[in-house]
Ligand binder design. Structure first.
Ligand code: ADP
Ligand code: MG
Length: 112
């Protein structure tokens, strides 16, 4: 099992959600976050220099998937979230040691 965590532009959330649902994903967690990447949140160029360092609003999507779905999930997110402009975001993949569906007691793949 892997946890796919993606930071994306907020207006891309619906497209990314639809893309993941298309893979048969049955759940996900979404958080409103703020962040910056290499451009440090610079959004404007004034007289050749960039100003206004800051955090920009982003959406973090976390989706736990069975291992064999990982690559397709990453690709689906990347395709749906991409605009080609700066700030499109990043995807991080983590190993999941254990998963539990609290209601039923199911574990691991059965809990996803
Ligand atoms: N190294 C990092 N660690 C954690 N979050 C990051 C990192 N780099 C980028 N992010 C998150 O991704 C968002 C978009 O980053 P982005 O501007 O696309 O990255 P970059 O400028 O490095 O190509 C940032 O606002 C931040 O929330
Ligand atoms: Mg950037």
């Amino acid at each position: 099992m892997k946890l796919v965590s993606a930071i994306i532009k907020p207006f891309k959330l619906d497209e990314v959600r639809e893309a993941l649902l298309g893979l048969g994903v049955t759940g996900m967690t979404v958080t409103e976050v703020k962040g910056f990447g290499r451009q440090k949140g610079h959004t404007e160029i004034y007289r050749g220099a960039e100003y206004a360092i800051g955090f920009l609003p982003k959406i973090k999507i976390e989706v736990a998937v069975k291992a064999d779905v990982t690559e397709r999930a990453v690709e689906a997110i990347a395709k749906a979230a991409r605009t080609g402009s700066i700030g499109d975001g990043k995807v991080f993949v983590f190993d999941i040691e254990h998963a539990l569906r609290i209601r039923t007691g199911e574990s691991n793949d059965d809990a996803i």
